[in-house]
Design a protein around this ligand. Structure first.
Ligand code: LLP
Length: 425
């Protein structure tokens, strides 16, 4: 049986990818993250079919959800990786993603990271500054190899998203101006160990309209045509990630993959090389829920607090970006509606999942599902307040597998030690 994406994702029912969430929560202590393998496969195939026939490679942005089992699911479907650290490189390779399907992005690549990525043979480096380009040349020369590189363009476009996840404005730290990139290409002949033959642009995340993409991609393509006219060979254009998803029914209206692909086909109609896509959120966000139980209902002076056992350390998005996540009580009986501030146990006012949220009345022990947590949930988790990292489970057609067990106290403290040996620096 293969579930449709709607069936797999619906949280109004008590099953997720065919797994009864009550039964699951009876076996695993809350809080834990649960991901639907079917929902992820559906997104992969939606994107693959939207771009069918176009020379392209999907490189999943590992930062969205870096669990090795999720990465293996990507690998099994021919999806590569967009990485930003050696940790992500390590995870991707461990999951079976071939190095030649890996692109390396990020403003702070160090000589050590570049050397390690060159040693395993990553496909290309998305270069974000002149200093990095020079370092790439040096390290590649030292190792006697040739690095393939793309210039990350900052197209100075407002992605219309939260300021903390916008990356394509000139005031952001990412990429370089087209003017600067033009100089890089003009001098590229002097780089003996770097083949600068690609362009890259990623303008932000959770983008809900086509216009910012259209504007950015047109600038990139115009620049590519200019470079081509000047005799430069551009073999790949990486158009980044950023496709938004629906966190709130009736409120968020995401761009369909097919419409996004139609835009890309139109803009790059004259381009002969490979288009690289770096979706993160689109592939995994709606495939995840965070399951949590009510610890207690605490009446306040002018509001009621629903204190749950998940907290900002398990899901940072509401605290960091005031992000809206659906919260669905999973009790089976019908109850009157009321309003709560849904909060975690962490000692900060920011540890709030929702304010004044209308929902069915809850009591201690009730199970809740927080939706849309498959991306930037577990991957951004911390052990703040010394709360061990939550478990992660993968659901697939009525079965489940624990893909990360909850951290033990010993694991949480691993690496810490008392100062028995004092060294001179
Ligand atoms: N490519 C690059 C170079 C990126 O920096 C990112 C995300 C992506 C691709 C994937 O973007 P996506 O398709 O997921 O939008 N923690 C924030 C999101 C930060 C995104 C950072 N870069 C959040 O929870 O909303």
């Amino acid at each position: 049986m293969t579930l449709s994406i709607e069936q797999a994702m619906t949280h109004t029912m008590h099953t997720f990818d065919g797994v009864d969430l009550h039964a699951l929560a009876a076996q695993l202590p809350t809080p834990f993250h649960a991901y639907s393998a079917n929902a992820i496969r559906q997104r992969i195939s939606a994107m693959q079919s939207a771009f069918h026939g176009l020379d392209h490679r999907i490189c999943y942005a590992v930062k969205a959800n870096s669990n090795v089992a999720i990465l293996q699911l990507m690998a099994n479907h021919g999806v590569g990786a967009d990485i930003v650290s050696l940790g992500e490189l390590h995870r991707s390779l461990a999951a079976g993603i071939p190095a030649e399907h890996i692109v390396f992005s990020g403003v702070g690549k160090t000589a050590e990271e570049i050397a390690a990525a060159l040693a395993v043979g990553v496909w290309r480096f998305n270069v974000e500054s002149l200093d990095e380009l020079r370092l790439l040349q040096q390290v590649a020369q030292l190792h006697g190899v040739c690095a393939r590189a793309a210039a990350r363009i900052n197209p100075d476009v407002d992605a219309g998203t939260h300021e903390k996840i916008s990356t394509g404005k000139s005031e952001n730290k990412f990429g370089v101006s087209i003017d600067e990139a033009r100089r890089w290409f003009a001098n590229a002949g002097k780089l003996s160990n770097v083949r600068l033959d690609g362009l890259h642009a990623h303008i932000g995340s959770q983008i809900l309209s086509l216009e910012p993409f259209a504007e950015a991609l047109r600038r990139v393509e115009a620049f590519r045509q200019e470079l081509e006219a000047d005799g430069h060979v551009i073999t790949s254009v990486d158009i980044g990630g950023g496709l938004g998803v629906c966190y709130r029914q009736g409120h968020d209206h995401p761009v369909a993959a097919a419409d996004y692909a139609a835009l890309v086909r139109e803009v790059f109609a004259r381009f002969q090389g490979t288009l690289v896509l770096e979706p993160g959120r689109y592939l995994v966000a709606e495939a995840g829920v965070l399951l949590t139980r009510v610890i207690r209902v605490k009446p306040g002076v002018d509001r009621s607090f629903l204190v749950v056992d998940a907290a900002m350390n398990d899901l940072m998005r509401p605290s960091l970006y005031e992000a809206w996540h659906e919260i669905v009580p999973l009790h089976r009986d019908s109850r009157e509606m009321t309003r709560y501030d849904v909060v975690g146990p962490v000692c900060e006012t920011g540890d709030t999942f929702a304010r004044d949220r209308e929902m069915a009345r809850c009591q201690a022990g009730d199970l809740l599902s927080i939706g849309g947590t498959g991306a930037y949930g577990a991957s951004m988790a911390s052990t703040y307040n010394s709360r061990p990292l939550a478990a992660e489970v993968l659901l697939d057609d009525g079965r489940y597998a624990v893909i990360r067990r909850r951290q033990t106290m010993a694991e949480m403290m691993a690496g810490e030690q008392l100062p028995k040996v004092w060294n001179e620096a």
